[in-house]
Write a protein that binds this ligand. Sequence first.
Ligand SMILES: [Mn+2]
Length: 427
Amino acid sequence: MRIDQQKIKALNDQALSDHRESLDHLTKVLGRRGVDVNGIIEKLKGFQVAVPSWALGTGGTRFGRFSGGGEPGTLEDKIADVGLLHHLSQSAGAISLHIPWDIPQDIDAVKQLAASHGLAFDAVNSNTFQDQAGQELSYKFGSLCHVDKAVRQQAIDHNLEVIKYGDALGSKSLTVWLADGSSFPGQLNFKKAFQRTLESLQEIYAGMPSDWKMFVEYKPYEPNFYSTVIQDWGSSHMLADKLGDRAYSLVDLGHHLPNTNIEQIVATLMMVGKLGGFHFNDSKYGDDDLTVGALKPYQLFLIFNELVDGMEDPTSKNPYPAWMIDASHNLKDPLEDLLQSLEAINLAYAQAMLVDRAALEEARENNDPSLAQEILQNAYRTDVRPLLAEARLQADGALDPIGAYRRLNIRRELIAQRGVKTLSTGL
Ligand SMILES: [Mn+2]
């Protein structure tokens, strides 16, 4: 389904005078601080976050999955759902596919459909963490690290096939996340497993088109519970460094042990030009797949503070990172969940742009932690929601995306079209 632009405009018109009043006030407050409000609004309009195809259905745990109805059953439906998100938020201008869950049947038709929704194809994702029907060899004991060369070759070939689909659709990057590892001490030779993984990745890297990037994701545990081959940013960086100039580390917020200083990892990787991509979510205990900013919005702000610092640094050799939401929980309507995540990401980005970097640097040089904290929290405690709303309004999105989603009864429409029992492919 598509939303009639007139319906969004009618809802916006009802809220317009309140919005103008809030924006005028904020513009005055920020003007006194010397902030270029229009510059921030323009940057927000240009900031686009990819939505992964697997986040559009209700997620699950190993205990249960509770479908919400109207879920997208085909790739075309998934593109339509991201189109809805993008229409409302104007900040979800890309979709990230997962092969084999999203193999396109008619490449040209799929490309046209995405373009008609204003969507680009972001990084493609391979899957060697589960066995597919009819698959010859099993990944039970690993894929790119497997002791058997034939299993490694099967996993390499799969990644090359993913690149082929991505290339046909216009993607420019491959994200590799591996479940490879061990659940028991002694099970795996750490050094050999790492070496075999590197060799496998080298073959995949060599198979990428020359304008493609590879993102190497890391995770400390799960589904393996004793070791993972690419456990942390150091391992990921070692691999990316050995692979070549077009290989980068990818930071997923949920792939860290509790209390890890993720903002420091971001700053360090950007310093050496190796932060390629970012996966947003939130968590309390592990890879919880919760809505971005649901639990730790200040941490998200601190991370964006480093991201903005790296992006605004004219001497930085880090490429513009690929942004993606990577979350799929089992309670909320997935589209509302994603709208909330998009809002949280944009909020943190806008707040980070408010940080007075010159004053912060001066406080650091003067060993003044109190002032440094004041500068950061002054930005963080500013309610920048009117800036986000204005950016959406100027781009023909909704002033209040979730409000519009509910008032336009979009989920009810989707259920009417697709049925109550549709099941989205994916996790
Ligand atoms: Mn991820």
